[in-house]
Design a protein around this ligand. Structure first.
Ligand code: UDX
Length: 452
């Protein structure tokens, strides 16, 4: 099939490269010519394991361009995967989505229109809104045309984007028209039937079952995306709330999570207590669905509470430093991990961001180390007065305390005895519960995890 994807962020670029790998003819569009230039040279614009290899081996199956117009007449499907940032009131800024819809409407071939698919995470009713915008443009052109807009939310995780796209749990397709559903079923057939040879970097998981295709109305598909993210965010906040209680009563939240996760009704995923969730999706989507709830006079109390618990988790790290160090002003704190989670250089709404801001406000000196996210952090916050270190050992040196805020594998295997000897005081706050408490304590550290 011939597929045009507009937007080359995590969702657009991953989807484009995967669909190309599966044998479709794909055109990836982005207004940013610097991005297009890099992608054409085989350089990935995002840090995502395996993506650059796929890009390099792409063999020109996927074309990159800053102008979709020439490719629209041939397209069977146009996928909208542009950014949908938050407005300050929690509402979602749809200007990029609408601009793409307008452009499509101005150029749509009325005889053989492609199926338009919303893949961006968008508020309820956006499929309808996209249709209206395209229709407005068609009316302006005085053109009659029957076209369809479907909603096809994406559930990939950063850091595991290729894996999640090739081996999803389910594919959700929301459309009112059977032909539209069939077209998307055809596009996803290699994934639904797992007929492709897995790329070397992303092997098929052992025991992987064929994914379900969930077909719904566009509105249900839109709500599925928000409900999934709100539920996962709530699940993490739930375990974090119980982490606080576990600390009070002397239980270990990791043990509790294991004990409840084995219950199939609960499941083991997303029960890791820590400094809370961040990233480009959970915070934005949680605020967006709260906004939608308020518009419809439907208060989403559990979602609201999840947001509040998440903020409390950030402050928990500061409280723990206060408890152990006593005075923060004038102390040197080493931060291990700037990315919002492992295997990504994404720092959006990361726990580190909130904790560093708070520490600087309180008069601490902050040293940081992250294996991949330091450049991005430095570029995004050039005015923040922090010291970037080349290694975890650099962040530890002369520090009064170390705080782990990203679950990078590297941090699990650090030479703690050596690090400890270079620190002023051996205090460690494990904001991700990934360290071996016994090993640290036997090396003379004062260890404090979350809920243990
Ligand atoms: C999320 C959803 O998982 C994905 O389906 C959706 O498409 C986009 O949003 P992502 O933001 O990439 O994906 O990361 P995810 O792995 O879900 O982690 C989100 C945050 O929760 C991270 O900050 C992570 O550290 C934190 N987290 C995750 C926990 O604190 N505990 C957990 O048990 C799991």
């Amino acid at each position: 099939m011939s597929i045009v994807i507009v937007g080359t962020g995590y969702v657009g670029l991953t989807t484009g490269l995967v669909l190309g790998y599966l044998g479709h003819r794909v055109v990836c569009v982005d207004k940013d010519t610097a991005i297009i230039d890099k992608l054409e040279r085989g350089i990935s614009t995002i840090y995502e394991p395996g993506l650059e290899e796929l890009l390099k081996n792409n063999g020109n199956v996927v074309i990159f361009t800053d102008n979709m117009l020439g490719f629209l007449p041939e397209a069977d499907i146009v996928i909208i995967a542009v950014g949908t940032p938050s407005k300050s009131n929690g509402d979602t800024d749809l200007s990029f989505v609408e601009a793409v819809a307008r452009e499509i409407g101005q150029a749509l071939d009325p005889v053989c229109p492609p199926l338009i698919v919303n893949k961006s995470t968008v508020p309820i009713g956006t499929a309808r809104r996209v249709e209206t915008v395209i229709r407005e443009e068609l009316e302006r052109r005085n053109v009659e045309c029957n076209f369809n807009v479907a909603s096809n939310p994406e559930f990939l995780r950063e850091g595991a984007a290729l894996h999640d796209t090739l081996y999803p749990d389910r594919i959700v397709v929301g459309a009112d028209d059977v032909q539209a559903l069939n077209l998307l079923r055809q596009m996803y057939a290699p994934i639904l039937e797992q007929t492709f040879t897995p790329p070397q970097e992303v092997p098929r998981p052992e025991g992987y079952n064929l994914p379900a295709l969930v077909t719904t109305s566009p509105t249900s598909a839109e709500l599925i995306k928000y409900t999934a993210n709100a539920f996962l965010a709530m699940k993490i906040s739930f375990i974090n709330e119980f982490a606080a209680l576990a600390e009070k009563v002397g239980a270990d939240i990791n043990e509790v999570a294991k004990g409840i996760g084995l219950d199939k009704r609960i499941g083991p995923g997303f029960l890791k207590a820590g400094a809370g969730w961040g990233g480009s999706c959970f915070p934005k989507d949680v605020r967006s669905i709260l906004f939608t709830g308020s518009q419809y006079n439907c208060e989403l109390q559990l979602v609201q509470a999840s947001l509040e618990v998440n903020w409390r988790q950030r402050m928990k790290v500061i409280e723990k430093l206060q408890q152990t160090l006593k005075v923060i002003r004038g102390s040197t704190i080493g931060i291990l991990g700037l990315a919002f989670k492992q295997n990504t250089d994404d720092i959006r709404e990361s726990p580190a961001l909130d904790v560093i801001r708070e520490l600087l406000d309180m008069g601490a000196r902050v040293k940081v180390y992250d294996p991949v996210a330091m450049n991005k952090y430095r570029q995004t916050y050039p005015d923040q007065n922090i010291t970037y270190c080349e290694s975890a050992a650099g962040a530890a040196k002369e520090s009064d305390a170390l705080v782990v805020l990203t679950e990078w594998d590297e941090f699990r295997h650090l030479p703690w005895a050596d690090l400890g000897t270079s620190m002023k005081t051996k205090i460690i706050i494990d904001g991700r519960n990934i360290l071996n408490r016994e090993e640290l304590m036997s090396n003379g550290f004062t260890y404090s995890g979350i809920g243990r």
